[in-house]
Design a protein around this ligand. Structure first.
Ligand code: F6P
Length: 454
């Protein structure tokens, strides 16, 4: 079996003496699949070398054999940057998450069309590497929106293979896919149309089917399926028991005291809707004079994709908004928002343990694992305020408080309801959240990808 993803399960760091050390690769795809697949003699994992150090490790031969079965591809840096920054992150990510400000963006100019060539070419390099490595009739599991063209390109090179593709983001519906240039929309839908195309929820699978029908014609046959996974409760429990988390938890307790805690943990990402979360918190403080001084908002936000101006601008707006709210509301002994952008995993786990309320309010999200990790880690029966636009909402809707991600007043009201919920109701709801979160092992999801492959 061959797994293909953009980020690989290992990444390399060049040390001052010129040697290389390895770390586990980051991201949701790797954390779900790596524990199941690494070290299996029958599995090969092909991914892109990300960044200079990965590339150097490949080009110097240091990457060969470091982790059996993993092959990183050293792509042309300029071509790879346009594939990732421009097409994957600025165009496809924004399109699938409904983030375009259509009065201004996107504009498809010469530079865009050249970048689309780069996306095609990176996908072709990946498809060629898989075609070369795959034994006759093998199963190939292609992951996510950076590699949407691989199924079609690979099918052309190796019709004997059984292929599935899984998109970890949402998929957009017909009105949004029509925003993409015609060739791009057609190539994406044709590539996925010829294979099994998986999504975290029926909703994204239906959006894909409707888009494929719009772009390729109403008689188009698709092979869409929905399958998903939750966190591994045992792995989370092991992390939670570490001394680093205990130290972070003690430091947070010191800072927050006995106040109620609203927590969010996200990448610093426009789709996560961080600004409206702060605005809702401010509305809560303004509307009910009993809350100022009695509640703290802890925001663990990991910087992401900082090569893009959209992400740098968003980060700056988030930081400015948090600072303004703190300036306006802070007292000598109360910090309304604790904003942490250090990308500190133990600190994020400690915050999730301390939450009374967990806010997960994305504009749109393929799944959102934090919505499931939070209840498993929480030690105070946290109430979950969850956007109805997150894929995880379909799994957790009976036990969470639904949030309309654009309605700030409704979000503020959900916070108030969560903060004042009776202990018995919180306990019942969190038990439901934990059952739902723990009931979807990644192994079952992996089995689905294999069984649907065609
Ligand atoms: O949500 C889809 C996803 O690919 C996750 O697997 C990943 O954590 C996230 O997007 C960020 O991806 P990247 O940092 O590789 O662009």
């Amino acid at each position: 079996m061959i797994v293909v993803s953009h980020r690989g399960p290992v990444s390399f760091r060049r040390e001052p003496d010129g040697s290389f050390t390895t770390r586990r690769g980051s991201g949701g795809v790797v954390s779900a699949l790596a524990p199941l697949l690494l070290g299996r003699a029958d599995v090969r994992w092909i991914a892109a070398a990300i960044g200079e150090d990965d590339r150097a490790a490949v080009l110097t031969g240091a990457a060969a054999g470091v982790d059996g079965g993993v092959e990183l591809l050293a792509l042309d840096p300029e071509v790879h940057a346009r594939h990732y920054d421009v097409i994957s992150n600025r165009v496809l990510w924004f399109c699938f998450h409904g983030l375009f400000d259509l009065a201004r963006e996107p504009t498809f100019d010469r530079e865009f069309h050249e970048a689309w060539e780069c996306y095609r070419s990176v996908n072709q390099s990946v498809a060629a590497a898989v075609a070369e490595a795959a034994p006759e009739g093998d199963v190939v599991l292609v992951q996510d929106l950076q590699l949407l063209l691989v199924p079609g390109q690979l099918r052309a090179l190796r019709p004997d293979l059984r292929i599935s593709h899984f998109t970890h983001t949402p998929f957009c519906g017909p009105n949004s896919i029509r925003v993409l240039p015609d060739t791009m929309a057609t190539e994406v839908c044709s590539s996925l149309g010829g294979t099994a195309a998986g999504f975290h929820t029926d909703r994204w699978a239906a959006s894909y089917r409707a888009s494929a029908s719009e772009i390729l014609g109403p008689d188009t046959t698709t092979h869409a399926f929905a399958a998903t996974f939750g966190p591994d409760p045992d792995a989370l429990a092991a992390v939670a028991a570490s001394s680093e988390v205990a130290a972070a938890a003690a430091a947070l307790d010191e800072r927050v005291g006995d106040r109620h805690c609203i927590v969010r943990c996200d990448r610093m990402e426009p789709s996560k809707n961080i600004l409206r979360g702060f605005h809702a918190y401010e509305e809560l403080l303004r509307d009910d004079a009993t809350w100022p001084g009695r509640v703290t908002f802890v925001a663990e936000l990991n910087p992401s994709r900082e090569s893009l101006v959209e992400y740098r601008d968003y980060r700056s707006e988030v930081e400015t908004t948090a600072a303004r709210i703190n300036d306006e509301w802070a007292t000598s002994d109360w910090e309304p928002i604790i904003l942490d952008t250090r990308d500190d995993f133990p600190q994020s786990v400690a915050a999730l343990q301390r939450a009374d309320v967990l806010l997960v309010n994305p504009v749109r999200d393929g799944l959102n694992l934090v919505a499931m990790e939070g209840p498993l880690l929480g030690t105070r029966d946290p109430a979950l305020c969850l956007s109805r636009e997150a894929g995880a909402f379909d799994l957790l809707r009976d036990h969470c408080l639904a949030v309309h991600p654009f309605d700030i007043t409704q979000t503020a009201n959900a916070h108030a309801t969560a903060l004042t919920m009776e202990p018995a109701e919180r306990a019942t709801r969190v038990a439901g959240l934990r059952d739902a979160a723990g009931a979807r092992p990644a192994s079952a999801w992996l089995d689905a990808l294999v069984s649907y492959a065609r």
